[in-house]
Each structure stands twice: as structure tokens, then as C-alpha cells.
Design a protein around this ligand. Structure first.
Ligand SMILES: C[C@](O)(C(=O)O)[C@H](CC(=O)O)C(=O)O
Ligand SMILES: [Mg+2]
Length: 312
């Protein structure tokens, strides 16, 4: 029953796929998974990879995205997500969880967690969401040390180290480009160009550097929501939708909870819910029967079929 409880693609294969995707000429779309189940959905729909967002991880714990989470929390969640998917997982390692030596340790811990790559950003601690005002960056030399430490700690040469620069929103796009070049020289495989405003800025960045580039299409932030095809034409290699699935789910959850509070029932909400049978399909419930029918003998016919949203 390989691939049932955990995906059976080895981490090394996922990392090689991530690297190959970055030089394929096709933009690699990595939606954020707020839990392992969402990662399964992302794979089923056919995306190239899964993103694990620091903003989502913090929000999930009821915290703002200001560097309060620990390496243990972030890598633990990353491992749970990476375990269930055959896709490469890119994880948000914020500023590396400490000084350069801690950034190096972060790489080893993420490798052990089955992650395909991580990004480190050039913000000072405490960090901010890249789309808010009031953030600050460390000197280029300090970020270069952070990156060199990370690169030197890598045991799998295919593990992707992505350098994020937040400088565009502070010192302008030209300064961000200069930093990106220094970060690539320090060994970064991919540059995350945070909080650019317009297509023209993405084009300017692309024309100035020759390493793979990642765009962040987060909603309600500083960047125009540029479609993946356009980013691909500009020459970007990867795009993340970091908080999208959490925003969709939380919006639906809030509406549903308000309706139950008002009407005393969820009966009117069934059409807006994932059906039990769809959930079971995503979880591959039936294959657990084959795994050991002596322990488990689930059948969808047990469904009572009440409510118009329930088809079986
Ligand atoms: C990409 C990001 O770092 C994240 O943690 O997902 C955030 C996303 C967001 O807050 O919208 C960021 O851009 O800083
Ligand atoms: Mg983040």
C-alpha cells in the first residue's frame, strides 16, 4: 500500500523536480497549504509544488506574522505537509531563526523534514509581513553571511536555497536588484522578489539578473495580481499564492458560523461544504479497506443521505 499513509516519493526526487522545474521555462505554481489535507488537494489539481507560509503558520496559531514561531513549530508543520505529497515543498524560514549559524541549522532541520527548499529573507528581527510598511532590512553583508551559512550546511545539493529581498519596498527596486545579485553570488538558487508593485517592476528585475526568480501573488498587499502566464512571459520561474487557501477557508468558515448563530442550523449551508464523500475520496479511504479489511471496513453506503447537499 505504498503512498497511502505517506507519499512515497523520496525527498531527493522532489528536490530534483523542483530544480528541473526552475529551469524548464514553465512557471512553477506553488499554492500555500494551510494543512496536509490542502497539500493533497494541491497535488490532485495538478500544481507543481506546495508552499508552506510563515504568515499562515502564525495565523493558524492565532498569532501575527512577526517572527514569534519557532524552528521546531515551523519544521514540524512542514514535515507533516511534505509527508503527504509527492510534490516539492518550499517553506518560509523567515530570517533563519537566529544568527547565521542558526540559519545553517535551519537548513539541516528542513532537509530532515523532507522539505525541498526554503527561503530566507533579509529583514531585521522582529520581521514583518513583506507587504506592510515599517519593515527594515539588514546590511547586504549580513544577509550574505546568512546565505553562505545556509548554503554550506546543505547536505543534498538539490535542496533549494531561495533568498528573499524585502529591499524594494524600503530602498527601491534598483537596490533590491543589487542585493539579489549579491545573494546569487553567495549561492542562492532562487531569488524571491518581495512586494514589487507592477508588471513593469517584475520586468525590470527579470532583465537585471540571470538567476531563477519567484513572485509572491499574495492578496490585499502591495503587488498587482499578475496572472501566471504573464509572469511566465516576463520570465519568472515560480510563483506562490501563500495565504490564498487560508483566506478562502476562513471566509467560508466565518459565513457559516454566522449563519448557524443566526438560524440555529447549518442545513442551508450544505451546498457550500465539501461533501463527506469528497473528503473520503481525498483521504483515499477506500484503499484503507484494501490495506486491512479486518480492521477497517468503511463503505460510503453508510451515509444517511440527509440534506440536499448530500448526493449519496
Ligand atoms: C509570503 C509571506 O512571507 C508568507 O509568510 O506567506 C507573506 C505573505 C503575506 O503576509 O501576505 C509576506 O509576503 O510577507
Ligand atoms: Mg512569511
Amino acid at each position: 500500500m505504498s503512498g497511502l499513509i505517506a507519499a512515497d516519493t523520496p525527498a531527493s526526487t522532489k528536490r530534483a523536480a523542483f530544480r528541473a522545474g526552475l529551469t524548464s521555462g514553465t512557471i512553477q505554481q506553488f499554492p500555500g497549504a494551510f494543512n496536509p489535507l490542502t497539500a493533497k488537494l494541491i497535488q490532485e489539481i495538478g500544481f507543481e509544488g506546495v508552499y508552506v507560509s510563515g504568515a499562515v503558520l502564525s495565523a493558524d496559531l492565532g498569532l501575527p506574522d512577526i517572527g514569534l514561531t519557532t524552528l521546531t513549530e515551523v519544521s514540524g508543520r512542514g514535515q507533516q505537509i511534505a509527508r503527504v505529497t509527492d510534490l516539492p515543498v518550499l517553506i518560509d524560514a523567515d530570517t533563519g531563526f537566529g544568527e547565521p549559524m542558526s540559519a545553517a541549522r535551519t537548513v539541516t532541520v528542513m532537509e530532515d523534514a523532507g522539505i525541498a527548499g526554503l527561503h530566507l529573507e533579509d529583514q531585521v528581527n522582529p520581521k514583518r509581513c513583506g507587504h506592510l510598511d515599517g519593515k527594515a532590512v539588514v546590511p547586504t553583508g549580513e544577509m550574505v553571511r546568512r546565505l553562505r551559512a545556509a548554503v554550506s550546511a546543505r547536505r543534498d545539493p538539490d535542496f533549494v536555497i531561495c533568498a528573499r529581498t524585502d529591499a524594494a519596498g524600503i530602498d527601491g527596486v534598483d537596490a533590491a536588484i543589487e542585493r539579489a545579485k549579491a545573494y546569487a553570488d553567495a549561492g542562492a538558487d532562487l531569488i524571491f522578489t518581495e512586494a514589487l508593485h507592477t508588471e513593469a517592476e517584475f520586468e525590470k528585475f527579470r532583465a537585471a539578473v540571470d538567476v531563477p526568480l519567484l513572485a509572491n501573488m499574495t492578496e490585499f498587499g502591495k503587488s498587482e495580481l499578475v496572472p501566471a502566464k504573464t509572469l511566465e512571459q516576463i520570465g519568472y520561474n515560480a510563483v506562490i499564492y501563500p495565504v490564498t487557501t487560508l483566506r478562502l477557508a476562513m471566509f467560508a468558515a466565518e459565513q457559516g458560523l454566522r449563519e448557524i448563530a443566526e438560524t440555529g442550523t447549518q442545513a442551508g449551508l450544505l451546498d457550500r461544504m465539501q461533501h463527506r464523500s469528497r473528503l473520503y475520496e481525498l483521504l483515499d479511504y477506500e484503499r484503507y479497506n484494501e490495506f486491512d479489511s479486518g480492521i477497517f471496513n468503511f463503505t460510503l453506503r453508510a451515509d444517511t443521505g440527509q440534506g440536499k447537499g448530500q448526493q449519496r
